[in-house]
Design a binder for this molecule. Structure first.
Ligand code: SF4
Ligand code: SF4
Length: 252
């Protein structure tokens, strides 16, 4: 392989940092919060008037990001790019095993109302932050080292195959290679720590005001790149889309 793995890894990490900054910028576009709040207040008033008692009186209003990109068949060239990235990371994970600090094992989040509502919020957003996953899905040498440790009976080829097998046939346009209509195609145990831990600023803010148990429902006003995209009611039983901008579809 003509790419030096440590150097490649450094480049990747620098790229991830840049992408994290971009995501932060995107999810923080509402530094113009006054404008967004005014919009959200008006939308809530109108929805409460038109939907009667469908929105519980104790629902908490929150502003959230959203992904509105359409779904599209997976491009074969993306698969090849990802396979190359995976091979580079796998080679580094084996060659640098002594040096690497393996990512921590994946802990399931505690089962409580706040975690459930957080999951609902990300489902309603449809993975705005996954857009930065590209053809690397944030997988690093450390992630592959963790997968090898978790499956001592697997060969490196089997570990790599398990990543390749989970690539969905249809994904959101301009997003991560694993970003499918049902969410992430990778099981949590195979995902990078970045993916398992990341929370956007809006999610962090909401979580800060929700109690762990029996949280109030959330009326989420969701925006993609500054444009209102959908409004959803989130509670522990599920997600109800109350209003939505016409979803974008690919031209025939
Ligand atoms: S953390 Fe959740 S709510 Fe925030 S951008 Fe990602 S998927 Fe959307
Ligand atoms: S691997 Fe999954 S969680 Fe991570 S960016 Fe891709 S779709 Fe999102």
């Amino acid at each position: 392989m003509d790419v030096n793995p440590p150097e490649y890894n450094r480049d990747l990490l620098a790229q991830l940092d840049r992408e994290q900054e971009r995501i932060l910028d995107e999810s923080e576009w509402m530094r113009r919060d006054d404008e967004a709040e005014a919009f959200a207040k008006r939308a809530e008033r109108e929805l409460r008037a038109s939907l009667g008692g469908m929105i519980p009186a104790n629902a908490v209003r929150a502003i959230f990001p959203a992904n509105t990109d359409p779904l599209a068949p997976q491009e074969p060239s993306r698969r090849a790019q990802f396979a190359q990235h995976l091979a580079t990371m796998a080679e580094g994970a084996v060659l640098d095993r002594e040096r690497l600090v393996t990512e921590p094992a994946v802990a399931e989040p505690p089962a409580n109302g706040r975690e459930t509502l957080s999951t609902r919020a990300c489902a309603a957003c449809r993975g705005g932050c996954c857009r930065a996953g590209g053809e690397h899905a944030y997988l690093t040498e450390e992630t592959i080292a963790r997968s090898l440790e978790a499956h001592p009976d697997w060969t490196l080829a089997q570990v790599m195959d398990s990543y390749l097998r989970h690539i969905p046939a249809v994904t959101y346009l301009n997003s991560c290679i694993y970003h499918a209509a049902t969410g992430c195609g990778l099981p949590r145990e195979l995902r990078s720590s970045t993916c398992n831990r990341y929370q956007c600023v809006k999610l962090i803010k909401l979580r800060a005001i929700l109690p762990e148990n029996n949280p109030s429902p959330v009326l989420a006003l969701m925006f993609d790149r500054g444009q209102w995209a959908r409004t959803a009611l989130l509670d522990e039983s599920g997600v109800r889309i109350l209003a939505e901008e016409m979803p974008r579809v690919l031209p025939e």
